[in-house]
Write a protein that binds this ligand. Sequence first.
Ligand SMILES: [Mg+2]
Length: 227
Amino acid sequence: MELVVENGVMAHAHPAACLFDLDGLLLDTEPLHARAWLEAAAHFGRLLSPAELMALQGRRRLECAAQVCSWIGEVMTPVPSREQLLAVRQPIAEALLVQASAMPGARKLVARCFELQIPMALATSSARQAVALKAAPHPWLEMIRTRVHGDDPELKAGKPAPDVFLLAAQRLGVNPSLCWAFEDSLAGARSAVAAGCQVIVVLPSDREPGHYPDQVRCLRSLAEVTF
Ligand SMILES: [Mg+2]
């Protein structure tokens, strides 16, 4: 991506480490998550808008559930508890998420990092069990051994707080400012910027760079990453 002069030769700069979001970045799960929230909220009588569904992206499940319950409460009483909402959503989500495919260029980029021995970590809002479910059809994800999950006992706050990326960098023993963080959601990009990472956003097809903080670099696909 960036060119540096090394011993008088122009060479591509390698990141000291790569921190990867999972949903919508490595795996094409966001439309599936959206459908599961949509169906679960509809079960309780509330139709979620595209903007509301977008606002849920990148955040932890319990925080999303609390948000959706409050939206349901705007139009319906009694309001379901988070647990009641999740009990409806969970089987829908599980059936959908096992079908998630890899995002374009994801597998190749992870394999390239592995080959170059660039340290990698997963920095995801998804809980450990949910990651296991989604990752099962994608053995290439096992190349990323260091992981921070949304329900990680050491994690204090979810995205957009910086904690997920700070903890991932800490586990790799790399200064966050030397890490390249790959994200797709606004909450995730804010989290990685707040952690001081160099942030690369892979734009969902329906979004423009203006949606994100100024500090991020935007790409249309992980296939555009070259090092
Ligand atoms: Mg994401």
